[in-house]
Design a protein around this ligand. Sequence first.
Ligand code: BG6
Length: 475
Amino acid sequence: MGEATSIVIFGASGDLARRKLLPALYNLYLKGRLTEPLNIVGISRTPFSHTEWRERLSAGVLEHSPLSWDRSRWEEFAHHIWYVPGNASIPEDMQRLNNFLAGRELGTGRRLYYLSVAPPLYVPIVHNLGALGMHQETQGWRRAIFEKPFGTDLVSARALNEEIHSYFDESQVFRIDHYLGKETIQNIIYLRFANAIFEPMWNREHVDNVQISALEAVDVGTRGGYYDDFGVFRDMFQNHMLQMMMLTAIEPPEYFDADLIRDEKVRLLNSVRPIQPQDVICGQYGGYNPADDSDSSVRTATYAAMRIWVDNERWRGVPFYLRSGKALARKRTDIIINFRRTPQRMLGGRQSIPNALSICLQPDEGVQLAIDAKVPDTASDTRRVHMGFRYDHAFAATPIPEAYERLLHDVMQGDASLFARSDGIEAAWQLMDPVIRQSEQGMPLLYTPGGQGPPAADALLTRAGHVWDDGCGGS
Ligand code: BG6
């Protein structure tokens, strides 16, 4: 029998385990990508029995991954699932977990620790893992995954990195940003560097502006407590938005390697000009958290738009516009590269419609290129039309896996390319901290739920002669 693999989920009674992690692990199992012997061990304070936890998880898989549901395969898989009730921030409970794991591993085994717990628990759990030597790789690898948010500012992120590094080597640490597990995001690198028509165009000579939008129809729902402390800058910008921007803007690494890619990302963030207050618009939807009229709640931004300048050879002078918010008209996530207009001598003075490349994450994953085309049966009228592909058509036979499936698999392979490194996390906070401090001093602009966000976000672009692009849903 081969070496055992144990996947330990801290915060096992939480939503993430039920909605995302177990469906992802089950799909990996069905695809034969989990090696046996396998132990999936949950720990949290809720006193479930092994059977109760398995039942809760099976309901989660049925609800969140119904296409892969197969009772007999699930039952086979469920034999690998275990539950240890306990509080991992208490040394005795961690010791019980360790004993349980050792009993199942029979000598040697690799271990993946997934910290899906409230951020204040990261330090005590890491400390207990370290104090019991559970990070040591004498009997197989030990890896730890940290959910976002990773800190609340530069100081707390640094302190957390230091605590983690006092036991774990950086190569054992995987900080999740689930956007990096999205297929369309991974495709950015290929789109840019594997396609001869884009690679030479990807710079200030040809690109006029870049727009990155992550707009959501949902409001903060039941997450008000968390959201009040985080707001849109910590919840979306420090991580997902900057990750999308980095992949769009980085220099090509010499070859595809986790550290080289992450070096380029840090280099990119370091060349971003400090973001100016006049380049940031903050909004809050009407009716946000009405139960709480505290100062912090009233100031929480649920929407932000900003203009970012990257001061390097490739991008000098090209604005990157980023916006994200909740309680908006519809869910839409995309990255749009707006190219410059062509010189228009032959068009009789008429302006061409500039090309735009849309990388669409939601609702329909795919890529679209907007081009200017002559309208049939007219002398010289033109209209914007689209060429492109959608994943569900082009790759109909290989449905897009959930982000967590790819990410969990990569951790088990030891591939960190889709994870944030400590210096990258810190550089992102360094950029966002002043923006957050500034926003906390002012009042966000109110906007109507179900609308387009504050009109000032449009003005941010119009004053430079730009408009927000319609995105992938455009005609
Ligand atoms: C999470 C944020 O990281 O990403 C949520 O905490 C947000 O507030 C979510 O709703 C958006 O993710 P996705 O994959 O639906 O775009």
